[in-house]
Structure formats: structure tokens, C-alpha cells
Design a protein around this ligand. Structure first.
Ligand code: ADE
Length: 352
């Protein structure tokens, strides 16, 4: 889904003419939406990610979509942002090709879903290295090799996880780290003429419920729930591993109700690799709703904005509760004994 009426951007065409941007993770998802908007604004864009083949075809697709009059170039460069040396090479190659870097969009990132107690040290490191270290490496080398002397603007794509994010503790920690890192850089680097901000999408596609029979049953339940939800539903379905005993249905129910803008799409999508033939697919936020903010923040229109984290979540974060804790009486024994509360709860239940 893109802007209506084939509009490429709400900003004026040519606003970023002859500028040069690096967009990490530029070949897919949000990155693939940010890049055409930057190109439309006249900016040359280097898209970078790990898989060169995918990147190359994304670049070809992007080039083909540009009007023949456009001067903007798009260049794919392979780079794993977890590796500082590859990041340094990416920035060097960009300077070799274009001679400058005005804009950096740290969009490359990712995570997998798991309850915190099952995240291995390797898995934790992988998520921190991609989302936090990758952003650090990129910012550092772009600053040292260009922006320190010439200024520029940076946007870090993170996620709106302020309330905690059950089943993605590693990602939540990394994103919070990027938010604070961004505020610090906004202060340390402002005297170089650099602005840096974060864009934090609230909800995108669903997570996964894993594979296997139990997951399959859960998926079917979720599908049913989403299918019967009222029209106007808002649904970010956070699926959790069923075998942990968590209660995804609560999450689903809450998500259905907690988007102020009630802007939702929900449906099914087949997935051949899984134990079920379909899974619940629901999204609130479309990529163009992210890219328009990113381009605004990168543009001179945002010249007095730095060190900010801007959420794009349809108002979802205004709802306080994000995760339903199952009822329990697991309080510590000894000093501060709460058995009286247990008795009160019991008597309350009886009255109900
Ligand atoms: N997007 C997701 N992970 C990435 C990585 N390690 N390097 C570059 N882009 C990415």
C-alpha cells in the first residue's frame, strides 16, 4: 500500500536534489519504501544489506520505477552491519562513488521471538549486534569520514517498545539503547551541523507462532478471532509461543481495541513452510506512513528537530496496558507477607 493517487511523496519533488543517502536494509520492507521516496525527492541512494542478489534486483526495480527525467541514482552495496569492517567499506565505497554522504538511514535490523528465559547468548548477541552495534558502527564511520566536517542528517528506525515487549526482550533492549544513543549523539554532534532522530513504528506485520501442531492450533484460533472481529478493527497480533503458557488471545483482544486511529487491515496469508496452511496476518502501519516521516525528518523542513523519538503507531502507545499477566499469588513469603491479600482475593471471587 502506497500513497493514494500514485503520489510519491507529500514533500516537494526535488527537495533533496543531488544529496546522497545511505539506507541500510534498503532492499526490503520499510527500507524499500524509504528509498523510492528519497529518489523521488532527488536524492541519490546507496542501499545496503547482506544479500546482494536481493539488493541488486531491488535496485533494478527502483531504477525502472523512476521517470526518465530523474537524475537520481540508486546503488546497491553488500554490507553486513554487524561487521565493522564491512560498514567501513560501505562508507568508503559510497564516498568513492558519490563523493559525499548527506543522509544516513539506519533501517537494517531484526529479531526473532522468544520468551527471555529461552534466548541463548548467541541469539541475544545477534540481535544486539544488528540493531544496536550496527547503528553505532554506521553512525561512527559516517561521522568520522564525512559528517563531522560537513554536517548531515540521520534517522534511526527503531520500534515503539517503551512499555516492554514480551517475547522480544533482546530487541526491546537494543531499541531502547538506540533511543538513548540518538539523544547523546544529538548533543555531541550538533556542533557539526548534524541532526539525528529516531522513527519508532508501533506495529507492522505479525510475528510468528512458530511451527508444529500446537502452533497450528493457535494460529487457527487467531484466524478465527481476527475474522470475527468487528469491522474497523485494529489488530497487531503478537503471537507468542504457545508451549510457554502465555496467553496470546489476551494480546490479540487488546490489540484489536487499542489503536486510536482504527486503521487496520487483517486477513490471511499462506505460508508453505509452516505446519498450517495459513496464518493470521494483520497490520496497522503501512510502509509509506513510516517513510513520509523519515523523509520529513531528513529534510530541511525538520531543521529544528533533533534527538527525538517519533512514534508511528496510530496512538497505540496511549493505551497503558500492553500485556495481560495471568492472575497469580506468587508473592514472596516472609516479611511483607501478603496472605491477607490472598484471603481478600478469595472472598472477592466468592462474592463475584
Ligand atoms: N538487515 C537485517 N540484518 C542486517 C544486517 N546484519 N546487515 C545489513 N542489513 C540488515
Amino acid at each position: 500500500v502506497a500513497f493514494a493517487n500514485n503520489i510519491k511523496s507529500c514533500l516537494a519533488a526535488g527537495l533533496l536534489r543531488d544529496q546522497v543517502a545511505i539506507v541500510t536494509g534498503g532492499g526490503t520492507g520499510i527500507g524499500k519504501a524509504i528509498t523510492p521516496e528519497l529518489l523521488h525527492l532527488g536524492c541519490n541512494v546507496v542501499i545496503a544489506s547482506r544479500k546482494f542478489d536481493r539488493l541488486k534486483s531491488a535496485a533494478e526495480e527502483l531504477k525502472a520505477s523512476l521517470p526518465p527525467t530523474s537524475q537520481a541514482q540508486v546503488t546497491p552495496i553488500q554490507c553486513n552491519i554487524r561487521k565493522e569492517e564491512e560498514v567501513n567499506n560501505l562508507v568508503k565505497s559510497t564516498l568513492d562513488v558519490y563523493g559525499k554522504i548527506n543522509i544516513l538511514v539506519n533501517n537494517g535490523g531484526g529479531q526473532f521471538l522468544s520468551p527471555a528465559e529461552h534466548i541463548s547468548s548467541k541469539g541475544w548477541h545477534a540481535v544486539i549486534e544488528t540493531n544496536l552495534m550496527g547503528t553505532f558502527y554506521m553512525c561512527k564511520v559516517v561521522y568520522n569520514s564525512w559528517m563531522k566536517k560537513h554536517g548531515g542528517s540521520i534517522v534511526n528506525i527503531t520500534a515503539s517498545f517503551d512499555q516492554g515487549i514480551p517475547n522480544a526482550a533482546h530487541s526491546g533492549a537494543a531499541r531502547a539503547g538506540v533511543h538513548n544513543f540518538t539523544r547523546t549523539l544529538a548533543l555531541e554532534w550538533s556542533s557539526s551541523g548534524i541532526r539525528i532522530n529516531c522513527v519508532a513504528p508501533g506495529d507492522g506485520e505479525t510475528g510468528s507462532a512458530g511451527t508444529g501442531k500446537t502452533a497450528g492450533k493457535l494460529q487457527l484460533l487467531l484466524q478465527k478471532r481476527a475474522a470475527t472481529a468487528r469491522v474497523g478493527k485494529c489488530c497487531r497480533v503478537t503471537l507468542t509461543e504457545p508451549q510457554t503458557g502465555s496467553t496470546p488471545m489476551h494480546t490479540v483482544g487488546f490489540m484489536l481495541q487499542s489503536c486510536a486511529l482504527r486503521c487496520v487491515y487483517s486477513g490471511m496469508q499462506s505460508c508453505e513452510n509452516w505446519g498450517v496452511s495459513a496464518f493470521t496476518y494483520a497490520r496497522v502501519c503501512f510502509c509509506f506512513q513510516i517513510s513520509s516521516l523519515v523523509c520529513f525528518l531528513l529534510s530541511p523542513a525538520a531543521s529544528y528537530i533533533t534527538g527525538q523519538v517519533v512514534k508511528v503507531d496510530g496512538g497505540h502507545s496511549l493505551y497503558i496496558q500492553s500485556y495481560t499477566i495471568p492472575d497469580h499469588d506468587n508473592w514472596p513469603e516472609g516479611i511483607g507477607d501478603l496472605s491477607a491479600v490472598k484471603r481478600l482475593k478469595e472472598s472477592f471471587k466468592v462474592k463475584l
